[in-house]
Design a protein around this ligand. Structure first.
Ligand code: BCO
Length: 569
């Protein structure tokens, strides 16, 4: 198997006096300031190969670049030199075995397996645009993504391969299916075999900052997920001094970002941020989320920093564990949903550590945050991180005075800052909808005080944020509509002590199902949604109603249902 390529886990042979050399502020510190934009940038050559060279010259310690464990005794430690070799092999597979070229789209639907890092970096080396997706995706979700993006390749595991095969014939652009598995499958390229014989020499594409690098699919209030396109600037941003201040990672740090590889949080937290600083990326396979496993892991491995959604910290705090003083953990960050001040305080009293909030979206990466060492204000998600200028704006793009609620806006005119998305692919209406005067309008409501600290207030639309997942109500409504019991439905956010918010469906039943057992029907509808779309979207609460509130024109008034859930008038 793949981890047999390198005989020893970590085969560096450096002189002892060289092992203590530390790069405290990362590769970019002396090269560019926050406002500068180099003409050419490629994360693979500027960052990964840089650290591989530092290792070669004995200027970086023995800490691995990637440290992966699966809780069943399997462990991988790859150095930057090994990563450089393996990702060049991957680049050659993409170009030679799959015939991919710069600008082609590749769907990447993998759980937390080491190959995720190989494929992302292989794509960056070749200029192939990778499109991460959570492995909770179902055939219908994959079908939509492949068709919408005209992806030429997909990489996934044996679990999802049958789902891909069930729809592949309807995706004419799809030419290569790459399997990451120990078993082969007909019609699929076997990644783990190919990488053994692939050449470890590949010339990295000379990309410009403006060249596209990655596409994330993000949910909106209406319709199906939108394609959020980022260029190399997303990676360059991690390089800039203001961004480096956020986590202040050192080469000796071991960062564990627990996000599923399908989200931008993983691209930033499991790849761009730690490797820019030459730090170790620590990953637990975590096929199923289990707070006990996280606690045990933080006691067992020398993790110094972790990054996860508030729901993860909340679920750890809900464990009856007496001791949460983790021996090596120094810095904790969180983002993706609201963190309550009492959760912040509990974390501090039980672990002795502060939880540093960050905020961002698929469109923005990390837009603001509480940097390490910065004064914290309870409940605030910190300040804007340059080169982003964050302002609170009204719906015309006017900047609002301090302490006034409005939308979180990021200035995009006259200059679009490095790191913000290029736009929604093939979606001019949506692009003009979010451009609000001189700002990108995030649609998130917040206030900013006179010192620039930002307080999140909620969404300005119907999007649901359940334990850090952004869920479009219409995606769930469409899934429910496929069940014969559902005449119509409205899906809204509802408060929940464990997950912050959960998805709640108000369902009007078809006549045939009106006398059915409602408890049974609830389970059936939940199971149905889990089967037809990514299960994280399923309605954890279902209420059967005789009718839905509507406007005179017949539009469902979700806001009325949502207000009721939160006890608002
Ligand atoms: O709770 P249930 O058991 O009823 O259902 C769960 C799963 O069991 C189930 N499921 C998962 N895979 C399945 C499946 N069912 C059928 N077939 C499958 N293949 O579906 C439900 C999934 O819900 P979940 O993912 O919330 O599960 P869980 O295990 O409770 O996870 C808890 C969290 C906290 C780990 C999870 O909710 C989570 O990862 N949240 C964070 C999301 C996140 O990272 N957001 C960041 C987005 S990026 C961003 O915000 C920008 C920041 C810069």
């Amino acid at each position: 198997v793949l981890w047999g390529i390198f005989k020893s886990n970590h085969s560096l042979n450096l002189a002892p006096q060289q092992l203590h050399h530390q790069h405290v502020s990362g590769v970019g510190a002396s090269r560019w300031n926050d406002q500068e934009k180099p003409e050419g940038f490629n994360f693979a050559s500027h960052v990964l190969d840089y650290w591989a060279q530092m290792e070669k010259e004995g200027k970086r310690g023995p800490e691995p670049a990637l440290w992966w464990v699966n809780g069943q005794g399997n462990e991988i430690k790859w150095s930057f030199r090994e990563m450089s070799d393996l990702t060049q092999r991957t680049a050659n597979i993409l170009m030679q075995n799959c015939g991919l070229q710069q600008g082609d789209h590749l769907a990447l639907v993998l759980p937390r397996v080491p190959e995720w890092w190989l494929v992302t970096m292989g794509c960056i080396r070749t200029g192939v645009i990778f499109m991460p997706g959570t492995s909770q995706l179902k055939a219908k979700d994959i079908h939509y993504r492949l068709q919408e993006s005209k992806a030429k390749a997909i990489v996934t595991t044996e679990t999802l391969a049958p789902e891909v095969d069930s729809i592949a014939s309807e995706c004419p652009a799809l030419k290569s299916k790459i399997l990451v598995s120990d078993q082969g499958r007909e019609g699929w390229l076997d990644f783990r075999s190919l990488i053994k014989s692939a050449s470890p020499e590949h010339t990295c594409v000379r990309s410009k900052v403006e060249d596209p690098m990655v596409i994330f699919f993000t949910s909106g209030t209406t319709g199906l997920p939108k394609m959020v396109k980022h260029n190399q600037g997303l990676a360059l941003r991690s390089y800039l001094p203001s961004c480096r201040k956020l986590f202040q990672l050192r080469t000796t740090d071991v960062l564990w970002c627990m996000s599923d590889p399908g989200w931008i949080l993983a691209t930033v937290g499991c790849l761009l941020e730690p490797w820019t600083a030459g730090s170790t990326v620590f990953i637990h396979h975590l096929p199923q989320f289990d707070p006990q496993v996280i606690i045990q892991t933080l006691f067992k491995y020398p993790v110094t920093q972790c990054l996860a959604a508030p729901a993860v910290y909340r679920m750890i705090l809900q464990q009856k564990e007496a001791n949460l003083k983790f021996p090596t953990l120094e810095h904790c960050s969180t983002g993706g949903e609201t963190l309550l001040p009492e959760e912040q305080e509990q974390w501090k009293s039980r672990t002795g550590l502060l939880l540093h909030e960050i905020y961002g979206q698929s469109e923005t990466g990390i837009a603001c945050g509480v940097s390490r060492g910065m004064k914290t204000k309870l409940g605030s998600m910190g300040k804007a991180i340059a080169p982003f200028e964050v302002q609170i704006i009204d719906d015309k793009g006017n900047v609002l005075p301090p302490d006034t609620e409005g939308y979180i806006g990021i200035r995009t005119k006259p200059v679009k800052p490095v790191g913000i998305f290029e736009g929604y692919e093939n979606n001019p209406e949506k692009n003009s909808e979010v451009q609000c005067g001189d700002f990108y309008n995030s649609g998130d409501l917040a206030k900013m005080d006179s010192e620039g600290y930002i307080w999140f207030k909620g969404r300005g639309d119907d999007i649901i944020n359940a334990s850090g997942y952004r869920i479009g109500p219409s995606e769930v409504e469409n899934a429910l509509a496929e069940h014969p019991a559902v005449a119509e439905s409205a899906v809204v956010s509802s408060p929940d002590p464990r997950r912050g918010e959960v998805v709640k469906a108000f369902v009007v039943l078809t006549p045939k199902f009106q006398s059915h057992d409602q408890e049974q029907l609830t389970k059936e509808l939940q199971q149905h949604v889990k089967l037809v779309t990514a299960p994280y979207k399923y309605p954890r609460k279902v209420e059967f109603v005789p009718e839905l509130p509507k406007t005179v024109t017949g539009k469902i008034r979700r806001s009325e249902l949502r207000r009721k859930e939160y006890g608002l008038k």
